[in-house]
Design a protein around this ligand. Structure first.
Ligand code: NAD
Length: 466
């Protein structure tokens, strides 16, 4: 049980340490901190796998692939590029600024708050911490209360790696609310759009800058000319991974009506290849995180069935262990909850379409998705890219835009604001401070008094800038 009264002193300690560090917490120290964090993660790979298995039945291979590996690769990417990112970024003068030199100097924001979700409980708590530390900040982290084993492990490991740079505060919404009352210099929230709104409102009280990494319904479009086997393979992977409990999981698929049956059989084959004929019996299928989310998904399914949808289960469920086999759903209609709520689980509506204009209109009618996946020829891809808005676009693949360290990752509109990963993450936790230096600017010639000479000069300048 977290003592709420202890939060403020903990925050003050991080804050007090930070101004001194602004001067001394330079490149070498940041690199060392990142190296220590990498070492601690490598040393505790088995414990991480055990924690995420206890929390949500994640297979140890998947734990390595989706929790440990991205953390280690984010650390090594930061270590490799840190010197360049920290360097002043020179800016060309404009005409009026001739005689000056300018640069952006990245400075740490101060003390950052990271609030993390449960679906990748280790990765999504650690990734923003890596960016915050790389950018020279101290950081407080609140992992998700829904994955208690992983949260406890993070609380044990971070002090080993970052003793006076990071504090882990365990707890639920009440603890998050208490943290949000404090004047953090940046808040990095990953979670649902509903809680994102609460975070943004709380941040307003302290004018804290906020990054919101939210969710939403990421659509897939499979055109008549798509390579159906490839499309099915990527969609089954994106929906099967973490049992669909991924912010960038394919939420639903628009399939050109002429290829619906072929795509459906390709999907069946792709799921069977990864998880066998009964996906529910596969040790490789992650469980649903808890009873509440199992009931939520069952509710979406029942609502869809009651309103006339058809469900094809690709295996048996075991509610006692929160195992839900993937399900292909057809005949959904816009009034169904499955068509409006983020699914965040292994249910996959397949929606036939006749022409792309309908699909573009349907996507634009809803909130902006976190990502959009397109499978098909250049015309389909180009139209979806240019006529819809989403946090990112994946072409002939799924999930991967989340993983590319050289691409900023973030949402737009209802799916979030700001971005993380790699240099974008470093910049998020930095204030890029413009420093403008006078060398021989002629601007003082325009200072008052506004004599005839000044007025002539001003007219000349107006001519130049018009
Ligand atoms: P959530 O919003 O319920 O919880 C996220 C965090 O917010 C948790 O730490 C929780 O304790 C805290 N929280 C809950 N209620 C709060 C409140 N009233 N005030 C302050 N804090 C509160 O989200 P979740 O269920 O953990 O995660 C699922 C959601 O996260 C999905 O919508 C998913 O798409 C999204 N997500 C987004 C990304 C991304 O990178 N964009 C990644 C993973 C998950």
């Amino acid at each position: 049980m977290t003592d709420l009264a202890a939060l403020r002193p903990a925050f003050d300690r991080l804050k007090a340490g930070n101004p001194a560090r602004r001067l001394t917490f330079g490149f070498a120290e940041r690199r060392k901190a990142l190296a220590r964090l990498g070492q601690v993660v490598r040393d505790h790979r088995d414990a991480i796998a055990a924690a995420v298995a206890a929390d949500m039945g994640k297979h140890p291979v998947e734990a390595d692939l989706v929790e440990v590996m991205p953390v280690l690769s984010e650390i090594s990417h930061c270590q490799k590029h840190l010197r360049g990112w920290m360097r002043r970024r020179a800016v060309w003068p404009t005409l009026l600024m001739l005689g000056t030199s300018a640069a952006l100097h990245p400075e740490p924001k101060g003390v950052a708050l990271v609030i993390a979700p449960w679906n990748f409980p280790f990765l999504l708590a650690l990734a923003p911490v890596i960016s915050a530390i790389a950018a020279g900040n101290a950081v407080m982290v609140k992992p998700s209360e829904l994955t208690p084993a992983t949260s406890a492990l993070i609380a044990r490991l971070l002090p080993l790696a970052l003793p006076d740079l990071a504090q882990v505060i365990e707890g639920g919404a009440d603890v998050a609310q208490a943290l949000l009352d404090m004047p953090f210099d940046h808040i990095f929230f990953t979670g649902s759009p509903a809680v994102g709104k609460i975070v943004l409102a709380a941040a307003a009280k302290n004018l804290a800058p906020v990054t919101l990494e939210l969710g939403g319904k990421s659509p897939v479009v499979v055109g008549a000319d798509a390579d159906l086997a490839q499309a099915a393979k990527w969609v089954a992977w994106g929906k099967g991974l973490n049992a669909g409990q991924i912010c960038v999981a394919p939420d639903h698929v628009y399939v050109h009506e002429t290829v619906m049956e072929n795509f459906r059989s390709a999907l069946r084959a792709a799921f069977a290849k990864s998880y066998g004929r009964d996906a529910g019996a596969s040790p490789d299928l992650t469980h649903i995180v808890n009873d509440r989310h199992f009931a939520r998904l069952s509710g979406l399914l029942e609502d869809a069935l009651r309103r006339g949808a058809t469900v094809e289960a690709l295996g048996k469920d075991d509610p006692s262990r929160q195992i839900m086999a993937p399900k292909l759903i057809t005949g959904t209609t816009p009034e169904m909850a499955i068509s409006t709520d983020e699914i965040f689980g292994p249910l996959l509506p397949l929606i036939p379409y006749r022409n792309l204009t309908e699909v573009v209109a349907a996507i634009n009618a809803g909130p902006k998705p976190l990502t959009l996946y397109a499978f098909g020829g250049g015309n389909l891809v180009g139209r979806l890219r240019d006529e819809t808005s989403s946090g990112s676009v994946g072409v002939n693949l799924t999930v991967m835009p989340f993983i590319h360290a050289n691409l900023p990752f973030g949402g737009v509109g209802n799916s979030g604001m700001g971005a993380g990963h790699g240099k974008a993450g470093f910049d998020t936790f930095s204030h890029l401070k413009p420093v403008l230096k006078n060398r021989f600017t002629l601007l003082p010639m325009l200072f008052p008094p506004y004599s005839a000479k000044v007025r002539r000069l001003k007219n000349l300048v107006l001519q130049l800038v018009k």
